[in-house]
Design a protein around this ligand. Sequence first.
Ligand code: ADP
Ligand code: MG
Length: 271
Amino acid sequence: MLLELDHVSKIYGDLHAVDDLSLSVAQGEWLAIVGSSGSGKTTLMNIIGCLDTPSSGSVTLEDRALNDLNAGQLADVRKNVIGLVFQKFYLVPHLTAVENVMVAQYYHSVVDEGQAMEALRKVGLEERAHHLPGQLSGGEQQRVCIARALINCPKLILADEPTGNLDGANEKIVLDLFRQLHEQGTTIIVVTHDALVASCAQREIMLNHGVLVAERWNDEEARKASEARGGTTAVVRPEGASDDAAADQGNEGGGVFVDPTKAAKTGGTTR
Ligand code: ADP
Ligand code: MG
């Protein structure tokens, strides 16, 4: 397992933003996290991404308990293991595309424009390398962000609503990039509102008021492999789901998940 969450909660006052959540994610898996606004998706991603700490419970990444790491070690994990992609692009407006990618290297104190250009090439943006963010479309800006996330060759890509600001064509480009990364063995966890984006993942989990209320596999082979590794991959607590439809559907059949025709946007193959 690359990532294991064991009874993780994040509590603000009486609000359980993440509520007793247990989950394992295998190396190379592509997981989608869905759920309505305020259901705790970003909080969970921030905890996984070492940007936040749980109120209780433990997170283990590459067999290291994050609770036991000091600030410097956590920074190393963020730099070396994780690539972050956000809905908001967080590009520095007065730096060019290639310079924005190099910002990620800067934290490694090794800046290599050749590598940054290579990352831009991977996302198909070589020819835009010297443009400022303001001169790029939303889709191009998101691809710069993905290049920035890829620069340190992370094992784990965490993407929070990566296509939230994109039109259909750019969404497809981003999904194709994720598909390529997945094929190369990168583990991907993507938070999304978009049922189509979620359906591209091997597995979907749904949060409701911080509780993991449903799980569905889209990839039968991956499900079998997960079962062979030892069964339960997520601990689903449908009874915690209050009046939401998820409470009735629980873990069976994935009825709470909308099942769109993914062919429309993804075509099922890489370009
Ligand atoms: P999502 O990403 O699914 O929309 P979030 O993880 O952003 O949900 O938020 C989950 C819940 O936690 C929300 O009710 C939100 O208002 C609350 N929350 C998030 N961050 C904080 C914070 N720093 N302080 C207090 N409440 C927070
Ligand atoms: Mg969010």
